[in-house]
Design a protein. Sequence first.
Lengths: 313, 294
Amino acid sequence: MLRFILIRLLRAALTVLLVVTFAFAILRLSGDPALSILGDDASPQALAAFRHAWGLDDPLWVQYLNYIGAFFRAEFGQSMRSGEPALGLVLSRVPATLALTLPALALKLGIGLPLGVLAALHRGSATDRVVMAGAVAGFTVPSFVLGLVLVQLFSISLGWLPTGGAGDWQHLVLPVVTLGIGGAAMLARFVRSAMLEVLGQHYVRTASAKGLPWNAVVRRHALPNAAIPTITIVGLMVGNLLAGSVVVESVFSWPGIGNLLVVSVMSRDLSVVQCILLLVAITMVASNLAVDFLYGALDPRLRNANVSSTHSK
Amino acid sequence: MSDSINPARAAGEEIRRAPLAVPRATRMPLSVSLGIGWIVLVVVVALAGDLLAPHAFTAIDLRNRLAGPFQAGHWLGTDELGRDILSRLIASVRISLLVALGATVLSATIGTSIGFLAAHARGKLEQFILMLVDFQAAMPFLLLALSVLAFLGNSLSLFVALMGLYGWERYARIARGLAIAADSQGYASAVRQLGAGPLRVYVRHILPNIASTLIVSMTLTFPEIILMESSLSFLGLGVQPPMTSLGNMVGFGRGYMTRAPWIMFAPAAMIVVTTLAVSVVGDWVRDRLDASLK
């Protein structure tokens, strides 16, 4: 068990390192920072002094190590647009984003899980077909189209809800619904196929053959086993709490991380983009780690068997 | 593209079909026929775009600004500069399909090659590739794409290359798994005993045998790439003006939602119907060709 935990922790650390390396690589690929900050007509002396001051004349591996060091000291530099520290700016947007994504997650789970199970239990029935048609439609309608349709309907035509911005609870309704429907469709589809796979297993047949009522078979044998693969997807959704609403925040002018990201990418505010990238990566890795441990707790086979194999899908 | 893939696919199907004796003519559901019909229509429109478009997609007609749909000359209306929506729609379909097609082929090629490399190398390199695969599967693609665009700026070729990384990890995973399985089968080692190099074994012998699974994966990734491209373009960070794409049109049309909803409606409907058609057909192809993919 200790070995299992250690290996998972090591993998998580490696993944974070990979993201930092990715950020460093594209930062270096994006051109000479001295030129882009001082401008093309800066004197060679000024460029050299700038490079020296920021350590840009060091060998690449020294710069890389310094970069990693800065990451561990949580130094992300300043926003080029506002001059504020990038980390503070990003963190100040976290509550707004969570105010959207947490209720949306609840909506996804509340709709997606029961519908997926229902569809699987009544495979081939009208219920199944309606749920699946809804799931396919939910997947193919991009969130910005769904969001704009909802705005057109409920804000412009009916005038019930605001078109965007932040304020009271009414501002939350449309973005949360937009986020929730897409995720619920995906989840329902996934849960259905996970359930169908479990229902086809021998132990389910054995359980009903020995006379267990169907309700008990579903509750005691099918649902717990179908829950295991479902945890991966839910884990991805949890990891996506910070970055999953980029498009929707943009549609509804919601002042969260996604909006900040889009504005920063447009103005090429690199330190803010970098900071968001790393923050999301850490959230993702943490949630993957939690999923791994949950797996280990729920499924004893994974704890003892070949721990180095990948669990995903 | 079709030259290199179709023979492989045919071979894959033959081998798969012969022992299983899947009945050839199961009835095609109506939704699938409709989907195929729509895809054919869209491809024809994209190919014959210049002949079909009533106006140049950048032609400005200031006296006809924000004209409503269903008028002679402008069947889908005009936008804020009097540009014909139908012509812009056709141009957008072309760009969006081009990006999606280029990206799908690119990511299938990259992913499959990496998967084969992992299967061939085993050991440390394989572990490293698997780690990259896990990393890519865990990180939201939109975020990675946005960071690259922020750092490197935007151009159509860079954008296609970037989209060409979408989903590579799935092909890598599939190709690696299937290649390892194929290695243990007789035919691969037989060819190897005859003196074929690894490249020949993988490309000429293993690839045709696993092509059907890869193609199914491509049909499932294709609509996701269309959605990803249109989302980025909608945010103003994908295809840049004066070029136009479906997401781009929705993004710009959004400012005129109350006065001229038709600007937004046509491209939005196009995205939804096209991705729906490709998904329905893709699901059907998957069910017929490969039961092991879910």
